[in-house]
Design a protein around this ligand. Sequence first.
Ligand code: C2O
Length: 547
Amino acid sequence: AKTHNHDFVVQQTNIKRLCKTHNSITVNGQFPGPTLEVNNGDTLVIHVVNKARYNVTIHWHGVRQITTGWADGPEFITQCPIRPGGSYTYRFTISGQEGTLWWHAHSSWLRATVYGAIVIHPKLGDSYPFPKPKRDSVIALGEWWDANPIDVIREATRTGAAPNVSDAYTINGQPGDLYSCSSKDTVIVPIDSGETNLIRVINAALNQQLFFTIANHKLTVVGADASYVKPFTTSVLMLGPGQTTDVLIKADQAPGRYYIAARAYASAQGAPFDNTTTTAILEYKTATCTAAKCATSKPIMPPLPAYNDTATATAFTTSFRSPRKVMVPTEIDDSLFITAGLGINQCPPKTRARNCQGPNGTRFTASMNNVSFVLPSNFSLLQAHQQRVPGVFTTDFPAKPPVKFDYTGNVSQSLWQPSRGTKVYKLKYGARVQIVLQGTNIFTAENHPIHLHGYDFYILAEGFGNFNPKTDTAKFNLVDPPLRNTVSLPVKGWAVIRFVADNPGAWIMHCHLDVHIGWGLAMVFLVDNGIGPMQTLEKPPPDLPVC
Ligand code: C2O
């Protein structure tokens, strides 16, 4: 196994998109940021220097961080932010994961421009469970604001209203040639006629689930979230922010140019979204299809599902299986039922109207089990836990919601006003955990891409309506459920996940729509260490930023 050293300089960089230049935050001046390419088993040492004007941290999304929880990165959870002028070195090993993950800033909305791919090839000496593809390309889907994204979220936080939606979706940072000013920068993905390529699709968008397709080509899904899956073929993918999907495509069409396209899957009725389509071009490389001939032909446009096509999204998300029988925990030590949803806070009388511009003079909020998560500001949770600093968090996150009701019906807004708090749930090291995630319809219902740090989990089942333990338990797949780090919780529905809490640390579980994290759709598991040296969290690195 190898050790890879990288320098990440977080800096201000001028980026031109949609005909205008913005001074944006990047890593090493690149947008998207550098791709990290490793083999399973390798170690990464990434020295991050912050030369930008904002606090920043970097999260290695989906990397298990076994015993290296100090390198996970979410601000105020495992570390204090790296201040302007500061630095921090993240050290971790990729262990047992192969496929595609990604890294992104985990501070405010900086990840709009601070993200990149992590490509994990098989362990040295091992091969893919499919024929080696001729080429390997990364497609990172993103969102672009014709504004400073930090200003967009600050304004929303001030007013209590929903933030402005983005002005374009992007593929590898480019809106594509359906937008003005972008034609010449449209991303070209080369393919040789007759060959099979691996395409690693990442949804790095802030607030949008996306459909993805390639004109005239079948997509054979072989992996997701850096685990292999039982291959299946589809014409369209749906990815929630945070998720990755690896597909094989075969160049079996007439040599030419085909659009690669992505567009919103917006499950909520009436929720604002960007309804444009971002494109890249799949371009055949053959002797007969030279630049002069094929590059001038207009690419073929694929059909894309309608923005509210939940049937297509669900058919896709429920197609995943592990490649073979897996060891799902069958006995459960800790069973949780966690609701996830939006809400609104009434504004107390005398509150200035300018701070209450949510629906009918309220402020938007969100919660899990009626607790709207508040990030600490003077300590990170993990530092506070390790140094036994009182007052930073409480350990009373409830294992089930305080009131039971029809979560997905027409819920009266008065029924449930979330409380605010920095509440964690303690898991015993080694516990076998089941979580029923239940979407709610408190203010409105949406899909929530729920992401757990520090673990991969099996998705046993998902469905619509209220989870019913009597009938839905029979639907659990205990044979070959998929292993993921992010589950797309269906709109007005539920999902059941299981994992073994074998990684000590403070691990945030949150909705990966960034607007929802800010509103409090998050909670933290504190997994206690201390059974033996192998299970013990490593010592904090000497350069760990303090608050
Ligand atoms: Cu991809 Cu908490 O993050």
